[in-house]
Design a protein around this ligand. Structure first.
Ligand code: UDP
Ligand code: MG
Length: 341
């Protein structure tokens, strides 16, 4: 959300990992777009494109340096090594938030349609704090990628993690939404899961995703599985609960087994020792699962506590604004953090 009548300063954050073949084209497209937006006064003339070099091993950083030498719209951040796309996005947004009214994140390969950016800005002017770019057509993805993605969204929904299906990391956020995001201090933030938790007025814009034009995907299967597991485990302690229920179920079954074992024992159709061994196996198995899950529950609580997620996020604060000269929109949003207890 931005003040009506005010031209927003935009920063486009672009994570880059070994994007040497793609970067010159992407930089040109993005620069042209920024120039158009500046001419139409949709963004300020000091808006920036921020490339975050995620420890590339090719000439990506040299290219970024060259670009910023030629045009002041380009800027860069360079990681000391590869930390992953999520870290690159967080770093870019963190750097951008203090200087920008609006922040857009987009992949360096421009598979996501940059021509959606003007509409995103319009939506922000109309009052949205978060504008999601959502793919309405995944026909360019392989069958495997499509179906694993669908399975992932299904599981996450079952675990009541609220994701925006078919949205990757192409989105616009207002400054206050980004500063709310920065209150999530976990080491491995699953950004796509956190953003819907932030609240604020949001909109979705739809587009068709293009195939990658140069370079290769930086997400081989191994990295995709890691990403999915990170998302699942960082948002849910449901697997621990599942173990607890399994343990209780097995303990319950032990009672039925007890009857069955007694009957067999009475009928005398069993070898010596069978009854006691059967009973111990069932009872101990169930009991151990319950015991493990109890430890798990404590570990799970430590896990959620150590994340220091904000307890709440304030969208408007007219109280503090009443005591300051500035309006409520420019008043920094206050957060209460679990660590300040
Ligand atoms: N990326 C990154 N660090 C990584 C992997 C990827 O910064 O460790 C960037 C990459 O340069 C690109 C974006 O994340 O801008 C998405 O990667 P890619 O296009 O390879 O993913 P895909 O579209 O195949 O899912
Ligand atoms: Mg891509």
């Amino acid at each position: 959300m931005i003040k009506t009548g005010q031209t927003p300063r935009l920063t486009v954050v672009v994570p880059c990992y070994n994007e040497e073949p793609m970067l010159p084209t992407s930089a040109r497209v993005l620069r042209d777009l920024m120039q158009q937006l500046m001419m139409r006064r949709q963004i300020t003339v000091d808006s920036k494109i921020l490339f975050v070099d995620d420890g590339s091993r090719d000439q990506t950083w040299a290219l970024i340096e060259q670009l910023q030498h030629h045009d002041a719209v380009f800027t860069g951040l360079k990681f000391s090594r590869n930390y992953g796309q999520e870290a690159a996005l967080m770093a870019g947004m963190q750097a951008a938030q203090q200087f920008s009214d609006l922040i857009i994140t987009i992949d360096a390969d421009l598979q996501d349609d940059p021509q959606l950016i003007p509409q995103m800005i319009e939506q922000a002017r109309a009052g949205s704090d978060i504008v999601y770019g959502v793919r309405n057509d995944r026909s360019t993805d392989t069958w495997f990628k499509r179906s694993t993605a669908q399975g992932f969204y299904w599981i996450m929904r079952k675990l009541s993690v609220n994701l925006v299906p078919n949205h990757s990391d192409f989105r616009l956020m207002s400054r206050r939404a980004v500063s709310a995001l920065m209150q999530y201090h976990e080491a491995k933030p699953f950004i796509r899961g956190i953003i819907p938790q932030l609240g604020f007025p949001t909109t979705k814009l739809f587009y068709k995703r293009q195939p990658r034009q140069a370079g290769t995907s930086k997400y081989p299967l191994r990295k995709m599985i890691h990403f999915a597991l990170d998302g699942l485990l960082s948002f849910s302690t449901a697997p621990i609960r599942a173990v607890l229920y399994a343990g209780i179920g097995i303990c319950g079954t032990t009672l039925i087994m007890l009857l069955w074992i007694l009957v067999q024992h009475m009928r005398g159709v069993v070898v010596t020792g069978w009854s006691s061994i059967m009973l111990s196996v069932w009872f101990l198995g169930g009991f151990q699962l319950v015991a493990i899950s109890i430890i798990g529950e404590y570990v799970g609580r430590i896990f959620t506590e150590t994340k220091h997620r904000p307890r709440f996020i304030i969208q408007m604060d007219t109280y503090s604004a009443a005591f300051t000269q500035t309006t409520s929109l420019t008043t920094p949003i206050r957060f209460e953090n679990q660590s300040t207890r």
